[in-house]
Design a binder for this molecule. Structure first.
Ligand SMILES: [Mg+2]
Length: 350
């Protein structure tokens, strides 16, 4: 496919755009018929069940073109969907992508977006098998449907947490929320824009924090390991802040929880950039969204096994609390008093 930057999206047309996208797709033996027919044909592995999830990303609600470059936007559009399959212990396999594109969006933007989307796909062995394109009069609209598979007894739901289980999270919390604060300052001209650097940590940590927001890395390997070992009773990905997301586990499991404030894992860059503040902004770590880490519960007898198997995946894991039998999730300070959290995650309808 020629990649002439002078080719306007308008001249290319829908079918031209689809073949341009299809040309970059890497396939997999599970895909029997991919892009190009009326429907895709795929084969589930023996004994596995299908997992399906869909997400919409709307310009100025989920992302802003002022700070989200097309490459990382493409990566993130698929990453957030992969994260949902991972949170069920599923193996991500196939994706459908639908785009409503403003007619004045440069073709280069679409090319870079697709480059990012397909890079995230191939890093996670996901195949793009179809979708739809049309023009939008209300900004860029991205819709991703993802499918995965897993053996029935390895699928992990939100509903299995038991009283006295430990509550765990992977990685660190609050980086993406702090990254959002930094990116808002950047758009205001206060912080310099970082170039794309993959997962590397560089400079004064600003780029690490902003990358955590703009280019999240779904915890597929960690989630699959946890699913295979059957150590976990419930699992969710942290998209709306750990307090809200653990709240979903608690609600669906008919339990409550106690989270220990000082055990919330914070990155070195998070600590560095909040060091001058009068108090550690735990609100960001508890209620800030978009970390895309895993939150899960497991019987206390599994502590060592969990630490060992996450170490093998190269993933940090921290025990942050205990499942309680009575409903309600509380955050407790080291002195035993209750920590009040003002905001609970992001809600589109408030
Ligand atoms: Mg989720």
């Amino acid at each position: 496919m020629p990649h002439s930057s002078s080719t306007a999206l308008f001249n290319l047309g829908e079918f031209g755009l689809i073949s341009r996208i299809a040309a970059g797709v890497r396939t997999h033996e599970s895909v029997i018929t991919g892009i190009g027919d009326d429907a895709a044909v795929t084969a589930l592995s023996a004994g596995m069940q299908l997992l399906t999830s869909t997400d919409m990303l709307l310009e100025d609600i989920h992302f802003r073109l002022a700070w989200h470059d097309p490459y990382r936007l493409g990566r993130k559009s698929l990453a957030v969907s992969i994260s949902d399959i991972a949170a069920m212990g599923g193996i991500p396999r196939w994706a459908l992508l639908s785009l409503a594109i403003p007619s004045d969006l440069p073709l280069d933007f679409v090319d870079d977006f697709m480059r990012g989307f397909l890079a995230m796909a191939s890093e996670n062995r996901v195949v793009l098998i179809g979708g739809d394109t049309c023009s939008s009069r209300a900004g860029l609209i991205i819709s991703v449907t993802i499918m995965g598979e897993q053996l029935p007894d390895r699928i992990v739901r939100r509903s299995g947490a038991l009283p006295d289980d430990d509550i765990w999270v992977t990685g660190t919390l609050g980086d993406a929320a702090l990254g959002l604060k930094l990116v808002e300052l950047e758009v205001g001209g206060v912080v310099k824009s970082p170039p794309f650097q993959g997962e590397g940590q560089g400079g004064d940590g600003v780029d690490f924090l902003i990358n955590r927001l703009l280019d999240p890395n779904p915890r597929v390997a960690a989630a699959l390991t946890l699913a295979e070992t059957k150590l976990v009773t419930a699992m969710i990905d942290v998209s709306d802040g750990v307090l809200a997301d653990y709240g979903h586990i608690a609600e669906q499991s008919g339990v409550g929880g106690c989270i220990f404030l000082e055990d919330i894992p914070l990155s070195g860059d998070f600590r560095r950039h909040t060091a001058g503040l009068p108090a550690v902004p735990y609100q960001l770590a508890l209620s800030g969204g978009e970390d895309y880490e895993l939150c899960f519960t497991s019987h206390r007898s599994n502590r060592k096994k969990i630490i060992d198997c996450m170490k093998k995946c190269g993933i940090e894991v921290t025990r942050i609390g205990i499942v309680a039998s009575l409903p309600g999730v509380t955050v407790v300070k080291p002195d035993g008093s209750k920590y009040c959290v003002q905001v609970e995650g992001f809600n589109h309808f408030t």
